[in-house]
Structures are given as structure tokens and as C-alpha cells.
Design a protein around this ligand. Structure first.
Ligand code: C5P
Length: 243
């Protein structure tokens, strides 16, 4: 059997060459990292849960007409996705003050925001993914003004969808991060949601108890991460079966 060609290995996922042109296989590892990989761990079963959960959210978005790179899940840890050119920005949407924004601005974690706040961070591990403004993005050619407008529109649609789905199972969507990629079709480019959407990239708080059901459990040593993700999957009805 031929060995697959690895295209890229990240902190939580590996990308392999896909079976068709312009496709990739995205493999979800059990590795967990935080604080720009200064804290590391292996959480057994995390990759399986995130593969399932990302499939669930991306499928829902595709059905709502929000384009994503997701094609189909292949097995417990892998999904087939479209190859995209990743825009080198992390797009964060916040509904409630938490994490780095709460710290940077001295706002108490848990303070509701009057409207969703969108932030861009430059994807650069060496620099620790710094916050950047639209002016920086244009000046340094990371994306065009049109791209920024399209990214904001996509991010807000993802926020509406995810907030609604999570609210329906008693979970508050505090914030999340998405990555966006370009697909070229002739002379046109389309932006699509790429990477993953999972409790690794969202803050999810139980509405009743405030219990954290996301990667902060690992970042802040609050308990068992796999149990938290399993609870999210159970509420959404996407618990992993045997394949
Ligand atoms: O750390 P911060 O408060 O800026 O994170 C905002 C949101 O983006 C959180 O949900 C976090 O999990 C996510 N995030 C991420 N990957 C990063 C940075 C933040 O998924 N590199």
C-alpha cells in the first residue's frame, strides 16, 4: 500500500494529500496545546470527538449556505476537505468578555458584550499570533478590504448559527476562532470556512452552572477535558460510535 504524502503537521491536526485533486485529508490528533504550545498534553479521544463535532458544525453551516471546506468524514479521526489557500489570520468573534480580551482590557470575564466583537490575529507562532487591525491587514497585504468585509460577514453568520445551536442545548457561546481560506474558480475567488470548529477553538459555558466545556478546562487545569467535550457531543447528539 502506498504511503500517503503528509502536507502539513500542526499542533492538533495533520493534513495529508487527498484522493482527488484539490482535496486533503484532515487527521485529528489527541494532542492538546495551550499558550502557544508552552503547555502540552495528550488527551485520549480528543481527536475523535473534535472530528465528530467539527463535522457536525461544518455540515450545519454548509446546509445553511455558509460555505466551508468540509466534504465528508472518512473515519473516526479523518475527514475529507477541499484544499484552500488559508488566509494567514485567525478571526475571533466574542459575545462575552473572556480570555485574552478580558485580560488585555481589564474587563471582568463573563461581562456580556453589547454586540459581537470581531478581532483579527496574525497567524504566526514565532510572534505569538499578535492582534492586528484592518489597517495592518491591508498595509501588509495579508488580505484585501473586500476579503475583510467578506470575512466579517462569514464570521457573523457562523456566530449566529453556532450561538443558536449551542443555546438549544443549554450552552452559551462565549467566543470562538475560525480560519478562512480561498478557493479559486476561474477568475473568481470564494472565501470558505476552513480548519476546524470544535471545543478546542470555542469557549462554551453551561448556561445554568457556568461550567466550562471547552479547552479552558485544559488551559486552566479545571478537570478532565475529554469529559467536557463528551458532554458537548452528548448534548448535540453526536457521540462517537465505532466508526
Ligand atoms: O485567547 P483568546 O481569548 O484570544 O481566544 C479567543 C477564542 O479563540 C477562544 O475561544 C480560543 O479558544 C480561540 N483561539 C483558538 N486558537 C488560537 C487562539 C484563540 O482557537 N490560537
Amino acid at each position: 500500500m502506498a504511503r500517503r504524502r503528509m502536507i502539513y503537521e500542526g499542533k492538533a491536526k495533520i493534513l495529508y494529500e487527498g484522493p482527488e485533486p484539490d482535496t486533503l485529508i484532515q487527521y485529528f490528533k489527541d494532542d492538546a496545546t495551550a499558550f502557544n504550545a508552552q503547555k502540552k498534553g495528550v488527551i485520549e479521544g480528543k481527536g475523535v470527538l473534535n472530528n465528530r463535532l467539527s463535522e457536525f458544525f461544518m455540515t450545519g453551516l454548509n446546509q445553511m449556505g455558509v460555505p466551508t471546506h468540509f466534504i465528508k468524514r472518512i473515519n473516526m479521526r479523518e475527514q475529507l476537505v477541499r484544499m484552500v489557500e488559508i488566509i494567514p489570520l485567525e478571526v475571533v468573534v466574542r459575545n462575552v468578555a473572556a480570555g485574552s480580551m478580558a485580560k488585555r482590557l481589564g474587563i471582568e470575564e463573563g461581562t456580556p458584550l453589547p454586540r459581537p466583537i470581531i478581532e483579527f490575529y496574525l497567524k504566526d507562532d514565532k510572534l505569538g499570533d499578535p492582534l492586528v487591525t484592518e489597517e495592518h491587514i491591508i498595509a501588509f497585504n495579508w488580505a484585501s478590504q473586500q476579503d475583510i468585509d467578506d470575512m466579517i460577514a462569514l464570521a457573523l453568520r457562523v456566530n449566529d448559527y453556532l450561538s443558536g445551536v449551542m443555546y438549544g442545548v443549554g450552552i452559551k457561546l462565549v467566543d470562538f476562532k475560525i480560519e478562512i481560506g480561498r478557493i479559486f474558480e476561474g477568475d473568481f475567488q470564494r472565501l470558505v470556512i476552513a480548519d476546524e470548529i470544535s471545543p478546542d477553538s470555542c469557549r462554551l459555558w453551561d448556561i445554568e452552572t457556568g461550567q466550562k466545556l471547552d479547552k479552558d478546562v485544559f488551559r486552566r487545569d479545571l478537570g478532565n477535558l475529554a469529559d467536557a467535550y463528551t458532554e458537548v457531543a452528548r448534548r448535540l447528539g453526536v457521540l462517537p460510535r465505532s466508526n
